[in-house]
Design a binder for this molecule. Structure first.
Ligand code: PXL
Length: 268
């Protein structure tokens, strides 16, 4: 049995967060183990606005203790954290043992949500979590925030953002162009540090976009599919290629709900 571990938030409609991660792990044939960092319960009475509840740091530590005592875990995905105290707790836990891979989906706090606290959280994520990651998977917006570049409009822009993210610690960055990237294709660029000390390598993964709308859970599903493939022994490059194929299928067979957004179907 191969095991994959995820530390992430619960998203109560089941489309994103830990729910999407565990469905992805199951579909890709790895045994999923999860630790909840926070609970997001969208408010249908207020246009599905985020209602956010942090899980206490000692409760996160207890879950981590149970998970890591139950199995030898060496591959972990980190999703939404949500507060500086949560980031402290998760960073301490991650540092307490060695990992083959730490995949970080750098979920930045939703724009407009408590700007003061959000900035502290985003800064803590950058300072404390990025150096612990082996693979980081920023979307267009997150890549801009982490790299300082203000527009990502060409493949070279995505690659440059990736090189700047590598300077913050991780060995590999997948910068996802997403629906905001100009043109007909969904383009992701993988930038990997050269172990021999040369220039980082750059690989481009591109498929035709499926519609122009964001699909909820796509980022979570992509990063957890990368994690599952790494847990099964894939190289980073193969894991990214397989994860993109997986999330593309999931977007093509997306699920509509009463929500204003569709969600990924991992079971296709
Ligand atoms: O898709 C980002 C995301 C990740 N994790 C949780 C979320 C969301 C978006 O809503 O709620 C828990």
């Amino acid at each position: 049995m191969r095991f994959a571990y995820v530390i992430a938030g619960s998203e109560a409609t089941g489309g994103a967060g830990l729910q999407a991660d565990l469905k992805t792990f199951q579909q890709l044939g790895v045994y999923g183990i999860g630790t909840i960092t926070c609970i997001v319960a969208f408010d249908p009475k207020r246009d599905w606005a985020h209602r956010f509840h942090a899980v206490a740091p000692d409760v996160i530590a207890e879950q981590f203790e149970a998970a890591t005592a139950s199995q030898d875990l060496d591959t972990v995905k980190i999703g939404m954290l949500g507060t500086p105290a949560t980031i402290d707790a998760v960073a301490t836990a991650i540092r307490s043992k060695t990992w083959r891979h730490v995949v970080l989906d750098p979920v930045l706090i939703c724009k407009g949500q408590e700007p003061g606290a959000a900035l502290n959280t985003d800064n803590a994520l950058k300072a404390q979590m990025l150096p612990l990651a082996t693979v980081v998977t920023p979307n267009n917006f997150e890549a801009q925030a982490l790299s300082g570049l203000t527009r990502l409009e060409t493949v070279e822009d995505l690659a440059e953002a990736g090189r700047r993210v590598l300077a913050l610690g991780p060995a590999a960055a997948v910068v996802k162009g997403g629906v905001d990237f100009p043109g007909p294709d969904a383009v992701d660029v993988l930038v990997q540090r050269d172990p021999a000390g040369g220039e980082p390598t750059v690989e481009v993964f591109s498929v035709p976009k499926i519609g122009q709308e964001r699909v909820s859970g796509a980022g979570c599903t992509f990063a957890s599919a990368v994690t599952a493939e790494l847990a099964k022994g894939a190289t980073v490059s193969d894991a990214v290629r397989l994860a993109k194929e997986f999330v593309t299928r999931g977007i093509a067979s997306r699920v509509a709900g009463r929500t204003p957004f569709d969600t990924v179907w991992q079971g296709s």
